[in-house]
Design a binder for this molecule. Structure first.
Ligand SMILES: Cc1cc2nc3c(=O)[nH]c(=O)nc-3n(C[C@H](O)[C@H](O)[C@H](O)COP(=O)(O)OP(=O)(O)OC[C@H]3O[C@@H](n4cnc5c(N)ncnc54)[C@H](O)[C@@H]3O)c2cc1C
Length: 552
């Protein structure tokens, strides 16, 4: 390891020590006994918990970048810049809150020379020298995944980009030939096991393939490309985990070929982050269940042929998440921004209604996200995921799907950031201000260099978590990478827009769409705060407790 990289590694270690110490402090403050953390107690320390979740995620990304750095000089520079910024950010988080964290920013003093060397404008400018030729740096995938990348990149370039602006500005449906083209490419079967007609063989490769494909499609467009394959992924994971054999054979092959488009229905008008409190009811009747209630934000619910619906089968609200079950609801695809269906009179009970209307959004257009009201809608018993054994297991199966969805959303963010970077760099080279190109100014170069470091860190972090998930270990990692990378996407798209000056605000420039699209990433698939406060921070705190008890 070179001397600068040794210094980077030491800075990461110092940062990790502080983060670990603060996690232990949080664990003691919010301890619920038996090595667990109490949710209500942790809520009294939300400001610390939130910052810690992001700081710990940055440290994880920094560790991954240390490995990436070994690939070459440009890689090393990107890594060192990223690490220096991450450590400086940690110091800023601690400063003025030493009592809260139980540590001092001064404990990072040994890293000071490293920070000075790697946050200096001169060092950052050396990175900028690479940008035109080397972009955000090589991904360092092996040949098999390079081929996946190239294939989906070409599709994004040839098929998605040409329609993305029109879909966004006219708020149209996604063209059917784009869906069928993506199906031909195998985009909907990436996580469907081979035995059910898909491409998944088990293990890290499946997750990595999904991440790479998602990134490239999202580079084409977040709404029209990468996000098209997220819903089938979520249902596939849930079915593989908890579906009966008959259900897997019934749905998975048709999901893999794109014959069945999927909508996911968890959120309700009164409950989004608080999934355990959902109220939409599934009442047992002869031969099946009757669904009553309202779901909201169900993306692609109009075009979808099947809806993955989380509903309460135990009417006792006190049962919380244990009272929820997962259903696959059949429906006809409906174009446009609204739909209404009435079940035929010969359906058991007869006359059930399902009515949906799209919610107008600032971005992420094409699939449309619907509010859908169910009035006595009948679902046959065989559509309860897992059969009778699936009763009460819906929450866990949904979360299985969401875990994958979080990693995939990080990949969506990386693809979108790369698109914004490409646009920002091209415009900055082209546009002259005060007699020279925007790109030739120190500040522009520093912005683009920082974007490159963040994008490559997000990419490598998501690859790393894909590996963890393939080994069955990625629950915490999926939330960390999602929370961290999606926030980074807001800054990257903002700066790419800013480099465009006034034209960044014009709808005819794609960067304005990237900016509004990026904003949704921290909201769905687990809102940033919910992930940090309800998933990441409690797990970090419990891990800190476990490590002290194991070292005793
Ligand atoms: C474009 C779009 C597409 C979507 N697609 C789908 C879909 O296909 N299917 C689906 O089921 N849902 C979908 N969603 C819904 C999305 O998952 C929810 O919006 C998200 O889970 C947040 O729920 P909420 O909107 O009810 O916010 P709330 O839960 O009301 O949260 C409001 C705010 O409070 C914060 N907050 C929550 N809990 C805490 C806490 N304990 N402490 C402090 N702050 C907290 C949140 O982070 C947020 O900032 C979509 C949303 C959007 C915008």
């Amino acid at each position: 390891m070179s001397e600068p990289l040794r210094a980077a590694a030491a800075a990461v270690d110092d940062a990790a020590v502080l983060v670990d110490a603060a996690c232990l402090r949080l664990a003691h403050a919010a301890g619920g006994g038996k090595g667990r953390v109490s949710g209500p107690a942790l809520d009294d320390h939300q400001v610390l918990a939130y910052d810690l979740a992001h700081a710990a995620s940055a440290v994880e990304a920094a560790r991954v970048m240390l490995v990436y750095a070994e690939h070459g000089e440009y890689e090393s520079r990107l890594a060192r810049f990223f690490i220096a910024d991450a450590v400086a950010d940690l110091a800023a988080k601690i400063t003025g809150r030493e009592a809260l964290w139980g540590v001092e920013a001064a404990e990072l003093a040994a890293a000071q020379p490293f920070l000075e060397a790697h946050r200096s404008p001169a060092f950052i400018d050396e990175i900028a020298d690479h940008l035109v030729r080397d972009s955000t740096g090589p991904a360092h995938l092996d040949d098999e995944f390079d081929l996946v990348r190239d294939t989906f990149h070409r599709f994004a370039s040839d098929r998605i980009r040409p329609v993305a602006e029109h879909v966004h500005r006219a708020n149209t449906d996604i063209p059917e030939d784009l869906i069928s083209g993506l199906a031909e490419l195998g985009g909907f079967g990436l996580s469907v096991p081979e035995e059910y007609g898909g491409f998944a063989v088990g293990g890290p490769h499946d997750y990595l393939g999904m991440v790479v494909a998602t990134e490239e499609l999202s580079w084409g467009s977040l709404g029209v490309g990468g996000s098209l394959i997220t819903r089938p992924e979520i249902l596939t994971r849930a079915l593989v985990k908890g579906g009966t054999e008959e259900q897997k054979r019934r749905w998975l092959p048709r999901i893999a070929t794109g014959e069945l488009m999927v909508g996911v229905m968890v959120t309700e008008p009164d409950y989004g982050s608080d999934v355990a409190s959902l109220t939409t009811g599934a009442t047992a009747v002869d031969g099946g269940y009757r669904i009553n209630g309202v779901k909201t934000w169900a993306t692609l619910a109009g075009r979808a042929n099947i809806l993955m619906l989380l509903a309460r089968t135990d009417p006792d609200r006190a049962s919380g998440h244990r009272g929820l079950s997962l259903f696959v609801v059949d429906k006809d695809p409906a174009p446009g921004h609204a739909f209404a269906f009435t079940q035929p009179a010969d359906t058991p009970g007869g006359g059930g209604k399902m009515e949906g209307r799209a919610i107008d959004t600032i971005g992420y257009r094409g699939m449309h996200s619907y509010e859908v009201a169910f009035d006595d809608w009948f679902v046959p018993a065989e559509n309860l995921v897992g059969g009778p054994d699936g009763l009460g297991k819906g929450f866990y199966l949904q979360m299985e799907g969401f875990e994958n969805g979080r990693l995939q959303t990080a990949a969506r963010a990386v693809g979108l950031m790369q698109a914004a970077f490409d646009a920002g760099l091209a415009y900055a080279q082209d546009r002259q201000v005060f007699g020279k190109a925007v790109f030739d100014y120190q500040l522009s170069r520093a912005k683009l260099a920082r974007m490159a470091a963040l994008i490559q860190a997000g990419r490598q972090f998501s690859y790393d978590v894909a590996g963890q998930m393939g080994r069955g270990e990625g629950t915490l990692g999926a939330s960390m990478v999602k929370a961290y990378v999606c926030r980074a996407a807001e800054w990257v798209t903002r700066e790419a827009m800013q480099l465009h000056g006034g034209m960044g605000y014009a709808e005819e420039f794609a960067v304005s769409r990237y900016f509004v699209d990026a904003r949704v990433l921290s909201i769905f698939e687990g809102a940033d705060e919910t992930l940090c406060l309800r998933v990441i921070a409690p797990r970090l705190a419990e891990r800190a407790l476990a490590s002290t008890s194991s070292t005793r």
